[in-house]
Design a protein around this ligand. Structure first.
Ligand SMILES: *Cc1c(COP(=O)(O)O)cnc(C)c1O
Length: 393
């Protein structure tokens, strides 16, 4: 029996979008209120306050009605002025990609780039900023999803703050799965979204802006307003007494509310531990069967995505096709520079469960074996389960 491509897979264990929590799906199907109904205005403020609690910020984040690429592009458009020099930190496809937006708004873009299985060395940022005191804005991706690698944004944030520059952080695929917050990395703008670790469908951006960030945006004559790319428009929209610049995505706010309730009920530490354990079980399975993790070092391997290097001479595309057709398990390919070279298993929101890591490792190992790779699937699964068992205690 093979699983047909025309039907949904049995399990979606991708690096985002993820299969949403059932509670979120049910909430998406609830009443769509008129946005100026007082019940919706109060509800919107309530959801914004919950998002604030989850992000640990002084004011509610902006909730933009587009998946997080909107938040990232709006951050570049709003914060970066025509006379700004921007330093972009690129350790992967998303980090590199932010530089293209930054360059569109900046006077000049400078870059520190490292191989896409590596992380940015915070000390390289310190010396770069010492030699380039004209840099006003620094941008970094926390978890570069197509590589499954993590940058030390708290260290980078401290260095950027010491240099008097402002930091834009893409934490889209890490927030809600890892201990990370706008305050800890001193971000001027911190962009995330509910469609990765919070377990919602792709739909919204959550954007936290610091006081220093707002000061720069308000002083930027080119910051967009009356525009889908505007952060300014939404600054006060969370208050039930304020008008919305445009119609908010009512159904998606219902879904986000359910996701935030789940997160708050489980508790952040428990959520992070669940993601970390799932990734560790997955890595134990992968290395136990003789495969290699893409990340150069285990310390920089993401707790929300495991990227697996393809063995010499094997392209990722037929492996992914086989994983899906043979076992009904959908995994992710790489992107751009990492395309073909790796396969990614997502551990995000509802799929951050060790049982899914075992299934993913079994499916990936089985598919590789079927394609002639030298992998010991049984040894990998035994190692994964042993890791899980010792963690249970
Ligand atoms: C998912 C993701 C985004 C949003 O981009 P899409 O490619 O549209 O999904 C942005 N940044 C990172 C790091 C992401 O993982």
């Amino acid at each position: 029996m093979r699983y047909a491509e025309t039907k949904p897979p049995v399990l979606t264990l991708t690096a985002g979008p993820v299969d949403a929590y059932p509670e979120v799906l049910r909430a998406l199907g609830t009443t769509v209120l008129y946005d100026y109904d007082p019940a919706f205005q109060a509800f919107f403020e309530d959801v914004a306050r919950k998002a604030q609690a989850v992000l640990g910020t002084d004011t509610p984040p902006l909730i933009l009605q587009g998946e997080p690429v909107l938040g990232l592009e709006a951050a570049a458009a709003s914060l970066i002025a025509k006379d700004d020099v921007v330093l972009n930190l690129a350790s992967g496809v998303y980090g590199k990609g932010f530089g293209y937006w930054a360059a569109r708004y900046a006077k000049e873009l400078r870059e520190i780039e490292v191989p896409y299985n590596e992380a940015i060395d915070p000390e390289s940022v310190r010396s770069f900023l010492a030699e380039n005191p004209d840099v006003k804005v620094v941008s970094v991706c926390h978890h570069d999803t197509p590589s499954g690698t993590i940058n030390d944004i708290n260290a980078i944030g401290g260095i950027v703050a010491d240099a008097g520059a402002l930091l834009i952080v893409d934490a889209v695929s890490s927030f809600g799965g890892i201990d990370v917050s706008p305050a800890d990395c001193k971000a001027a703008i911190f962009v995330t979204g509910p469609n990765k670790c919070l377990g919602c469908p792709p739909s919204l951006s959550l954007v936290a802006v610091s006081d220093a960030g707002w000061e720069k945006i308000e002083a930027n004559p080119d910051a967009p307003f009356a525009s889908m790319l505007s952060l300014k428009d939404w600054r006060h929209a969370w208050k039930k007494t304020e008008a919305f610049p445009f119609t908010p995505s009512v159904a998606e706010i219902n879904g986000l509310n359910a996701a935030l309730d789940l997160y708050l009920a489980e508790g952040d530490r428990a959520v992070w531990a669940r993601h970390a354990l799932t990734a560790a079980v997955c890595r134990a399975g992968i290395t136990g069967m003789g495969l290699e993790i893409w990340a150069a070092r285990e310390e920089i391997a993401s707790p929300t995505t495991t990227s697996v290097k393809m063995p010499e001479g094997i392209d990722a595309a037929p492996v992914l096709a086989e994983t899906r057709a043979r076992y009904g398990v959908s995994l992710s390919a790489g992107r751009a520079e990492t395309l073909g070279k790796l396969v990614r298993v997502g551990h995000m929101g509802p799929t951050a469960q060790p049982a899914y890591a075992l299934v993913a490792a079994a499916a990936l190992g089985g598919a590789l074996k079927a394609l002639g790779a030298d992998v010991d699937v049984g040894a990998g699964l035994a190692a994964a389960q042993a890791y899980w068992d010792q963690a249970i205690g």
